[in-house]
Design a protein around this ligand. Structure first.
Ligand code: M6P
Ligand code: ZN
Length: 189
């Protein structure tokens, strides 16, 4: 006879706020010091304490990193804040495997998902609670918190996508979201 059994789920999600729970949840934080060279004003960046947390990530990796066919589930919470006239944002990355896409969906707060292709053509999608965003394979992606409360989004990405941060550190995005007269505007850079 075949075995039949019930097993535990990989974790829990609180649908009210997107947070994850359970023994498989991993957590990380990105500080201002770790975001050197990401904001356009190095001078304004240097005025902020390097240990200031800009965003936190929670995720569940059900399979080993790099597993083909696997998926990760996670969320990112970006604090409100500014570096000069530029809003707090994620580092942003391309996937190491350029044929791997990703889902983002906003839970709370307001901001923008910035997307850029390999020819540096870039555009932004407004994020607000409930908005769902598909990051096409091959696009760099970054989230900007243009509101005055934390911005949280959930994400689902392939276990073997990989994070290519180097080209963003080196060349940045060709589009930035900055504050003009108290409101967010996108500018080409
Ligand atoms: C989302 C996913 C993660 C990513 C995180 C923070 O949760 O895309 O893969 O690590 O945002 O973004 P970044 O890696 O650019 O700092
Ligand atoms: Zn990604």
């Amino acid at each position: 006879m075949r075995e039949a059994f019930i097993r535990d789920s990989v974790g829990g999600v609180n649908w009210a706020d997107g947070s994850l729970s359970g023994p498989n949840v991993r957590e990380s934080a990105k500080t201002m010091g770790q975001l050197r060279g990401i904001f356009r004003s190095q001078e304004d960046w240097s005025l902020i304490a390097p240990d200031r947390v800009v965003y936190r990530v929670q995720w569940i990796p059900p399979v080993e990193d790099g597993t083909e066919g696997g998926l990760n589930w996670g969320n990112t919470t970006i604090e409100p804040g500014m570096v000069g006239d530029e809003y707090f944002m994620t580092h942003g990355h391309f996937h190491e495997k350029s044929n791997r896409g990703e889902f983002y969906a906003a839970v709370r707060g307001n901001g923008y998902l910035v997307l850029m292709d390999h020819n540096r053509k870039a555009w932004a999608e407004a994020m607000s609670p409930g908005s769902v965003h598909y990051v096409n394979a091959g696009l760099a992606h970054r989230v900007v918190n243009s509101g005055d409360e934390p911005l949280r989004f959930v994400a689902c990405w392939p276990s073997d996508a990989g994070h290519d941060y180097a080209s963003i550190t080196e060349h940045g995005f060709s589009l930035r979201v900055v504050c003009r007269d108290g409101a967010p505007v996108v500018i080409a850079t």
